[in-house]
Design a binder for this molecule. Structure first.
Ligand code: AMP
Length: 310
């Protein structure tokens, strides 16, 4: 397998690589992540490689988006495994025969570095004296996740804005798994005139329906089994509401069944407008809607969401 990745840890190295690509007329994608990569992240990589000749994957466990009682210190960090997974996904996405021939003595070797792994330190992202932040000032930052994680989305928006300004990509890829985050990032690039297309990628699930998440690693085998209730109940809610059932009793029953299945706390399970996330008490006929939930199982907080079938 030919080496098709390079790693940088500072903004200067990142910008130099991107500038080389730009001068060669290549399109550039960005995939922001917190590492502990899995098949969900690889779906973002495949989508990015389809759209752009070059891809930056950032790995940064952003301290500011974790509340003091959240899992920042125990969040999985596994750089070597992440690099192995990325190299394998890249090789699978780019067949060897599609590469330009090697050993051509007359020409300079082709630049086959399609992927740059950007792993900045905290002081690179937040230099001494750091004093700015992006604040999302509408109901997207008051509902659902925002109500249970105050300050979280401002911190996410700030770090995503910084990454977008560091790379200035043509397109950036985000998972629908974090639906509210995706809507907030879309709002931010519109409002701040950041010239990047924001592309949402459908949630990748295990064969039994559990959405892939770096936090699934926290689950014991029994918790992992109980966690299956989350996608299953979301799907039942989506089907019942789409069929015209009254929303409130369906959601109340879903909440009770999540608790019965082994979840220790349900932060929310709601039907919401897919774009504004405004809560809905009945199935809309003219706009897409989504069922979204967050629930805790032991120490682990899981989130998931589904589109309402039309
Ligand atoms: P994270 O590393 O958890 O911050 O996630 C980085 C990106 O991967 C975010 O845009 C997530 O929405 C996305 N992502 C995480 N899990 C999945 C999944 N199961 N399917 C698709 N995208 C995902």
């Amino acid at each position: 397998m030919r080496d098709m990745t390079q790693n940088v840890r500072d903004i200067a190295g990142l910008r130099a690589a991107v500038a080389d690509w730009r001068s060669a007329g290549l399109r550039v994608a960005l995939i922001p992540t917190m590492g502990a990569l899995h098949a969900g992240h690889m779906a973002l990589l495949r989508a990015a490689l389809m759209a752009c000749e070059r891809v930056v994957v950032s790995i940064f466990v952003n301290p500011t988006q974790f509340a003091p009682d959240e899992d920042f210190s125990r969040y999985p960090r596994q750089e070597a495994a992440d690099q192995t997974l990325l190299a394998a996904a890249l090789a699978a996405a780019i067949p060897e025969e599609a590469e330009e021939p090697e050993n051509n003595a007359e020409e300079a070797p082709p630049d086959t570095t399609r992927l740059l792994l950007y792993m900045p330190t905290a002081s690179e992202i937040y230099p001494p004296g750091f004093a700015c932040r992006v604040a999302i000032e509408n109901s997207l930052n008051q509902l659902l996740e925002a109500r249970h994680r105050p300050g979280h989305f401002d911190a996410v928006a700030t770090v995503v804005a910084k990454l977008l300004l560091q790379v200035l990509p043509d397109a950036a890829f985000f998972g629908e798994k974090d639906w509210q985050q995706l809507q907030i990032v879309r709002r931010m690039v519109r409002d701040l005139d950041i010239p990047t297309a924001i592309i949402g990628v459908p949630t990748v699930r295990e064969h039994d329906g559990l959405a892939l998440s770096s936090r699934n690693a926290y689950l014991t085998a029994a918790q992992r089994q109980a966690a299956l209730a989350l996608p299953r109940i979301l799907q039942e809610v989506a089907i019942q509401v789409a069929a015209g059932a009254a929303v409130e009793p369906v959601l109340a029953s879903a909440r009770a069944r999540l608790l019965k299945a082994g979840f220790t706390e349900v932060d929310y399970i709601e039907l919401a407008d897919a774009e504004t996330l405004a809560p809905l008490l009945r199935r809309p006929t003219d706009r897409p809607a989504r069922v979204l939930a967050a629930a805790r199982i032991g120490e682990t907080r899981l989130i998931d969401n589904l589109a309402l079938p039309s």
